[in-house]
Structures are given as C-alpha cells and as structure tokens.
Design a protein around this ligand. Structure first.
Ligand code: ADP
Ligand code: MG
Length: 729
C-alpha cells in the first residue's frame, strides 16, 4: 500500500488518545503563576521598584536606570525560581506573528564557572538584528538596526522555561516596526479624548481604557492527514477537495458534545493558558465539523492582544501533542463555514464603569448616548479604513460568503435603539432635556436599560454589532492579529471624540447650555451617519443593492480594500493623532500588498504542483485501467454485447480526458499569468495582477479536479478527502 492517504488514515484512526494530567491545585491557585503579576512583583521587588513599575503602568512614567536594575534583579530571581534558563524580548513584528530571540541567563565567570546575570539594560532595551523583518522599505538592510523596548503594561511571562518580556519594536530612526507601538499610541489617544468627553458628565473619571474580548475560531485536523495534504501544510487551506456528502447541513456540530480527543486537547491548553494568566473561559463546537471556538474574559486591550497572540501559539503547540494540527486560516475548506475572530470592544473607566452600558439615571444615559453616537459616527466616516484593516487573502474568501459579514461595513444597534436615535434626531432643535424629559420626545431615554434587557434581537450577520454593553466587530479574520483592527477602532473613535468635544465647547462658548449643546451635536451626528445603521440581513442580495444606493462601499478584494490606508484622509487621521506617520503608513500598505502577492503566488504554485503532479497522474492511471478494461471486454464479448456494455466505460474515459484537458489548459494559462505578474515591480500593480489575472484560475482548476475526485477509484486518490479531514477526531 503506497498510497499516502491510506497510510495517513491508518495513523489517524489508530490514535490511542492522550490523557490530561490535571494539577492537584484549584485553578485559582495556579492562575497566572507563570506571569510576573502584581503578587510576584510585591514578593520580588523592593517597595521603591514596585511603586515605580506601578507608576509606569498606570501613568506612563519612566523608570530610572537604577530602579530598572532592581526590577531586572527581581524578575530574574522570580524567573529562575520558576525554572527559567533563558530570557527574550517578545514582540509583534509586521509579519503578524510574534518574534523572540533567546539568550541564556548564565554567563561564564573565571574558573570555568557560571552565574546567572540579567541587568536593567537587558530588561528595558535590546537590539535584535532586525534586517529580515518586513519594514516596507523603511529600513534597508545596511541600516538594519532596530531596537526593542520594554512594555511594562503587559506582564512578563514564562514559556518553555524562557522569560518573555513584551516589548515594542522600533527602527533606529524611531519608526514603528511593529503593531504594539501604534497600538499603545492609539490607546493613549482614546484615553485622553474619552476622559475629556467624560468631564461633561463626571469629574471622577480620570482614565478610560479600551477593553477587548476576542473569540477565536479554529479547525482541528488529524496531524497525519494534515501532513498528507501539501496544500494545508504550505498554505493553511485546502486548494482542492470535493465537498463531503454530509458536512454542516444537519447543524449537528454547533454546541454539540465535544469529542473526547478534542476535549483533552482543550483541557490541556486551558491549563497552560491559565498558568500564563490568560483568562480563557468558554469552549464549544462551532458550526462546521471539526471547527471549534475558545474565548476569554475580556481584558484591557493591549494585554488582551498579547494574550491572543500567545493563545494562537498555545493552540498550535498543544494540538501537536494530541496529534492534531490547528488551522487558524479564515477559509480552510470551501463550501462550509470559515473562521473568524470576533473582537468585542468597549470602554472602561477608572471608576469601574463601562461607558457603553446604559445607566439608570438620565445623566448616565446621556453619556451612553454620547459615546454610542460618536462611535457610530466614527465607523460611518471611516468605513473604508475599517474594511482595509481586515483585508487579507484568507478573509477575502470569508467576507460575503453567507457565513460571515459582507465586505460592506455597517453598524447594528437593534430596533429599539435605532428608534430612539431616530426620535432624537428629529426632535425640535431647541429641545432641552429639562423641558422634555417628562413630556414626550425623550421619555424613552431613561428606560434604555430595560429596553436592552428585553432586546434579544442580536444580529449575527452584522460586521459591527452593538450587543448590550459592547460592540462586536465580527469581520476580523481568525488568523489575524487583533492589533490592527484595535488600532484603527480606537484611533477613529478617539479622533471623533476630540472633534465632538470641539464642537460642543464651541456651542457652550456661545452660551448654549451644556445639555443643549450635547444634544445639538448628537442630533446632527445621528443624521450624518444614519446611512451606516442597518438592522436587516447582511447576507442578503437586497442589502448589497440597498448599500449601493446608500453610497456604502462594497470592496471584495484585498488590493482594492488596502487603498484606504494611504488616502489623504487616512494619513491625516493617523498623523493628527500621532499614531503613525505617512511614511509608516506607506510602509505598512506596501507590506500588506507584498504579503497578499506572496500568499497568492505560493497558493498558485502549490495548486500547480498538486494538479499537475498528484491529480493528473492518478487520473491517467485510472483512465488506463478503464482503457485496458474496454480492450479486454472487446476480446471476450461478441460485438453486439460489447457495443452495448462498453458505452458507459467509454463515457467515463472521455469525461476524465476532458477534465484532464481543462486542467492542463488552465494550468498553462495560470502559469503565463503568473509570469506576467512576476515581471511587475511596483507592489500595488503586482498585487492587482495576482488578484485579477492569477487568482481567477484557482476556482476553474479546482472545479475539474474536484470532478475527477468523484470519478476516480477511491483507492488511487492521493489526497485525504473532505470527509476524512472533517470527521476524524
Ligand atoms: P457571543 O458573541 O458568542 O454570543 P458574548 O456576547 O457572551 O458571546 O460575548 C463574549 C465575549 O465578549 C467574551 O470574549 C467577553 O469577554 C466579551 N465581552 C464581554 N463584555 C465585554 C466588554 N465590556 N468589553 C469587551 N469585551 C467584552
Ligand atoms: Mg460573538
């Protein structure tokens, strides 16, 4: 038996299953034990050092060099007590993955002995050779120096006996080469802007921090079957595969009983996550077979993003121990649901309130209304940028596929809130809350909490939905880091809040009362952004038509979507909020285009290899068997019977020949298109060439290859089939 598919299947079905070794302690006793959290800081730092670190975390104050040495000594002692031998700066380069370079604590000293060393300077700053990270032309290799600098707001942690110190990564000339730098700036920006707006309502609010709770979807595939699929190994998705007779149509997987082997995997990664202080809470089966989800309790956004990066790493690592491979790709299998990463986002205050929770009093509701309307306005004004930030070749397959939100950005707030906004926007322009609170127009306002409690109309088709006390950004792809969408969301809302404050203050200067001023601006914003609100089915054809009429954009492919990054509007937005410069934006735009081109290029090559060297040879082998068979029939049957009985065989031979012919023709055309695209130097033009001239062949070739899968002897087919990939567990 030399068919690799059968070998892989034999492995997959004979897995003994691995049992989880649970610790003796309760979860609360080991939660966070591998992080340098506050308890560890209190134990290992002097009071002075502890206070400085706290000041740095809470107020962004700098830590003195002397104190940095003390902090480093404390972290070192703690890390060694937990078995760590190495340390690394851990950062988020523009590859979308994480990067680390390990150094041993131990240093040689005289007499052939060693001691563990870790200085303050090693904690706070490093200079990794950064020449091979994408920089979009900002840093040519001869000036490759980039440095990493400690981010004390995300606690250091230990993974695989290595102390990991979350850092930012910037070039020697000060440009950001990572996601964390602009993220921290956006967080800072929304903090300031939101606090300023909160002052209209409550002077006790001195800090506002965005919160993020992500929901990570993924697929599991048996590792042996995975390894027998070169397309999965090299591209993360299947480029071929006829749909399984049964997949998700019975809807029997969603929230179903978790298979034992999968459960053991989940229990083990949760254990590791909890040790790392990642508050994973929820696990369940998703819609598609072998698709699952995990979600934590929400956290401050910077920490939550680091935790998501770590989680993706953990999923992958722990899955291997259970002979699974995790697929984080947005669309690993065609014909069934892909995977997303919902980003639940809200704004919390130092007074432990959620600015997106409607309160019980009129004042609290006016504050809620203020933030709600400003967020809607921000999304309305920057819908193209939001579309751009979630654009990736993987997500292009998912958006608009009747399983995920379309490429049209809209906001869902529920029918009750929509009604309320409509009432407010149409109210008399001299409306004053004191005059109207009890007599009509605004009487709904104090009742928002009750409205929301009864309001169960959650719209699962919306890309950006209000869900009671937070917005759920549902269009983010499962493989993407949450950082870019969170940078953009916090940035546009910060910018909007600042604009709002300017407009309200201008009215107050003209002796308009504060409430009237707030209402006047809010009313105008509601009217100006009314077109972004949509309550209906986002998957429907009618919405595409309606959105077109409303002037909302519907950009399907990444290269086109990415244009919004570098428009003047976008550059101004990023620069005026000091989040990214024009140069940095252009670099990021280029990196994304290159990433797009390379991914499609790789897929195209793998597709060519699989079709040409795996599928066609097998098709020809089977065809020869049929030909031999027909020849044999001719020898043993009389001519009349032969004529009658050989027809079906002959038809199969013709059918197979036609599919082979089509595949070969399209393959040749695709290769020509690729050659043409490869000759293009300019990044955007090249990405468009890949998108417009190479990519369209994928479906054409696949169609015929998948037909062959149905025609050819199962024993010969070399690639694990959908039913095997999706139902082995
Ligand atoms: P689902 O969308 O699957 O119905 P939920 O609506 O219960 O699930 O939301 C789950 C996610 O929302 C969790 O990750 C949770 O942490 C997050 N979440 C809840 N409240 C907030 C908040 N105030 N800020 C950010 N995320 C939140
Ligand atoms: Mg959700």
């Amino acid at each position: 038996m030399d068919n690799i598919r059968f070998k892989a299947l034999a492995f997959a079905i004979s897995r003994p299953g691995r049992s989880v070794k649970f610790p003796d302690q309760k979860a609360s006793e080991y939660f966070g034990e591998l992080t340098f959290n506050r308890a560890a800081m209190r134990e290992y730092l002097t009071e002075e050092a502890y206070n400085q670190v706290m000041n740095s975390i809470e107020k962004g104050k700098k830590i003195d060099r002397k104190i940095a040495d003390q902090v480093a000594a404390g972290i070192k002692a703690w890390a060694i007590s937990k078995g760590a031998t190495h340390y690394t700066h851990w950062f988020l380069p523009l590859t979308g993955a994480t990067a680390e370079k390990h150094d041993a604590f131990v240093d040689p000293v005289e007499g052939g002995q060693g001691i563990e060393k870790f200085r303050g300077s090693e904690l706070t700053q490093q200079e990794p050779d950064a020449s091979s990270f994408p920089s979009g032309g900002i840093r040519s290799t001869f000036e490759a120096r980039g440095y990493t600098a400690w981010d004390p707001t995300s606690p250091a942690f230990i993974m695989d006996r290595t102390l990991c110190i979350p850092t930012v990564f910037v070039s020697y000339t000060g440009e950001a080469l990572d996601y964390k730098t602009p993220l921290l700036k956006a967080i800072w920006s929304i903090d300031k802007a939101a606090v300023d707006v909160c002052r209209y309502f409550d002077n006790n609010i001195t800090k506002v921090f965005p919160t993020l709770g992500w929901e990570q979807e993924y697929f599991l595939v048996d590792n042996a079957l995975y390894l027998a699929r070169p397309d999965l190994v090299l591209t993360g998705r299947t480029l071929f595969g006829h749909s399984s007779a049964k997949d998700q149509q019975l809807e029997d997987h969603y929230f179903g009983t978790i298979p034992q082997r999968v459960l053991a995997f989940m229990q083990e990664f949760e254990l590791e996550a909890h040790r790392l202080g990642i508050p994973v809470k929820t696990r369940h089966n998703e819609v598609a077979p072998n698709q699952f989800e995990c979600a934590p309790v929400y956290e401050e956004v910077n920490l939550s993003i680091d935790h998501n990066q770590l989680m993706m790493h953990l999923l992958d690592k722990v899955a291997k121990r259970h002979d699974f491979t995790v697929l984080l790709h947005e669309k690993p299998f065609s014909g069934i649901n892909g995977s997303g990463k919902h980003n639940n986002w809200s704004l919390a205050t130092n007074t432990r309130e959620n600015l997106l929770s409607p309160g019980k009093t009129f004042k609290a509701n006016l504050r809620f209304l203020t933030f709600l309307v400003n967020i809607i306005k921000a999304v309305n004004d920057h819908a193209e940028l939001i579309r751009a930030i979630i654009a990736s070749p993987g997500n292009d397959h998912r958006l608009g596929g009747n399983e995920a939100p379309p490429a049209i950005i809209s906001v869902f707030i529920g029918s009750q809130l929509t009604l309320m906004l409509d009432v407010i926007s149409k109210a008399d322009k001299h409306i004053s809350i004191n005059a109207n609170i009890d007599n009509g127009l605004l009487k709904n306002l104090p009742k928002i909490p009750e409205i929301l409690l009864d309001n169960t109309d959650r719209n699962r088709t919306s890309p950006f939905a209000f869900t009671g006390n937070k917005f759920e950004f549902r269009a983010v792809g499962s493989a993407q880091t949450c950082a870019p969408p969170m940078i953009v969301l916090n940035l546009i809302v910060a910018d909007q809040l600042r604009q709002f404050k300017k407009e309200v203050d201008a009215l107050i200067l003209k002796k308009v009362t504060k409430e009237d001023a707030l209402f006047q601006v809010i009313k105008r914003y509601i009217r100006e952004s009314r077109k972004i609100l949509f309550e209906g089915n986002n998957y429907s054809q009618e919405w595409e038509e309606e959105a077109l009429k409303r002037g909302l954009s519907n950009i399907k492919a990444t290269p086109e979507a990415l244009k919004a990054f570098i428009t003047k509007k976008s550059v101004d937005l990023f620069e005026r909020n000091n989040v990214l410069t024009k140069r940095e934006l252009i670099a990021r735009h280029e990196i994304r285009l290159e990433n797009y081109t390379k991914k499609i290029q790789i897929e195209s090559r793998v597709l060519g290899d699989l079709a040409g060297n795996h599928i066609i040879p097998v098709a020809i082998r089977y065809q020869n068997t049929l030909i031999e068979n027909v020849k044999g029939l001719k020898q043993v049957l009389d001519l009349k019977t032969y004529g009658k009985l050989s027809q079906n065989q002959m038809d199969s031979i013709t059918e197979i020949s036609e599919h082979i012919d089509k595949i070969k023709t399209f393959l040749n055309e695709m290769i020509e298109a690729r050659k043409g695209a490869n000759r293009i130097q300019e990044a955007e033009e090249k990405a468009f060439a890949y998108s417009d001239t190479v990519l369209p062949y994928f479906e054409k070739i696949r169609y015929h290859a998948d037909k062959l899968e149905l025609l050819i002897d199962d024993e010969l087919w070399p690639l694990p089939k959908y039913r095997e990939l999706l139902f082995t567990r």
